[in-house]
Design a protein around this ligand. Structure first.
Ligand SMILES: [Ca+2]
Ligand SMILES: [Cu+2]
Length: 317
């Protein structure tokens, strides 16, 4: 288990299809299509996976060399401002709008104590009626003060639609990992190297500090999302390749192994239409969800759009 969630989390699915929303004034006011700096990579031999896996059952211990064409990546995650510009320009309706709800991390809600915990295996996810990217914690919340935070509550299809509009694509897992390593060979654990974050002094990314899921000291300054430039970039100039929000890739989740465990996991992934997400989120912590490492991966159903799921656009170069 981990800090990501499928749409089945937090209660039964919603009713029928809902129409899209009009863009709220707070979102319209921040709309800005300006893309971030684009970081170029020459291509060559990259790889996925690591020789020192921490969660082997995720398939991260299988090192696979991949030949990469030259490509580029946005230095930062897609922000609310940029997503607002996309919706203002296209009228795009996200999947969370059509479902009429989205999973929200409990402590992000204005009054978490008022909500009875769900009986699911992941009670920290709340099925939040009316939550979508422009009202991330439901009606009454808005992104007016979060123009430079990553957009959240985007499904895989939403992420693909945005990337196409921006003239790019969702990355392959190998492109993503190559970018996270700054285009270098080697097998560092994190975008900054091998040093493990602690809960007090070394805080290189927006993850969790403390006892998940109840106590977060927020030593890094953020309980939820953080502005996309809040933490130092990697050597290549990419921000938030670890933590903040999960990033969708283009790839179906699959473990390339004939082991029985892997086959069972793959069967589940196929049935749930899971795609690979990378990078971990503000909910990750070494004690519970050690997935803010470069080789870590999550298989998440394509229609999921949680409050810790976003995207970064990659480009053919
Ligand atoms: Ca944090
Ligand atoms: Cu996590």
């Amino acid at each position: 288990m981990g800090c990501c969630a499928d749409r089945s989390t937090g209660g039964a699915g919603g009713g029928g299809e809902k129409p899209g929303h009009a863009l709220p004034e707070a979102a319209r006011a921040i709309a800005d299509a300006t893309p971030p700096e684009r970081i170029r990579f020459a291509g060559g031999i990259g790889h996925t996976g690591t020789t020192s896996p921490a969660i082997p059952t995720d398939g991260e211990g299988l090192v696979r060399k991949v030949r990469l064409k030259p490509f580029a990546a946005d230095a930062s995650l897609v922000t609310n401002a940029r997503f607002a510009a996309f919706v203002a320009a296209t009228g795009y309706v996200t999947e969370a709008e059509r479902f009429g709800w989205a999973p929200v991390f409990r402590l992000l809600l204005p009054d978490p104590e008022s909500i009875p915990p769900s009986q699911s295996r992941t009670p920290w996810w709340v099925k939040c009626d009316g939550a979508w990217w422009a009202e991330p914690e439901g009606p009454g919340s808005h992104v007016g003060a979060r123009a430079d935070h990553p957009v959240v509550h985007v499904s895989w299809a939403d992420a693909r639609a945005f990337a196409a509009w921006a003239g790019g694509h969702l990355p392959s897992e190998a492109e993503w990992e190559h970018a996270a390593r700054g285009g270098r060979s080697g097998d560092p654990r994190f975008p900054w190297g091998d040093r493990e974050p602690d809960d007090t002094e070394f805080l290189p990314a927006n993850i969790w500090q403390g006892q998940f899921p109840e106590i977060n000291s927020c030593a890094d300054g953020w309980l939820g999302t953080s502005p996309v430039g809040a933490f130092a970039p990697n050597e290549a100039g990419l921000y938030d390749m670890s933590g903040n929000v999960w990033e969708w890739t283009s790839e179906p989740f699959r473990i390339r192994s004939a082991s029985r465990g892997a086959q069972a996991r793959n069967e589940l992934a196929r049935a749930a239409d899971q795609k690979v997400m990378k990078g971990g989120s503000f909910l990750c912590h070494v004690s519970y969800c050690y997935r803010y490492r470069i080789a870590a991966r999550s298989g998440t159903s394509a229609d999921s759009g949680t409050s810790n799921t976003g995207l970064r656009v990659f480009y053919n170069d």
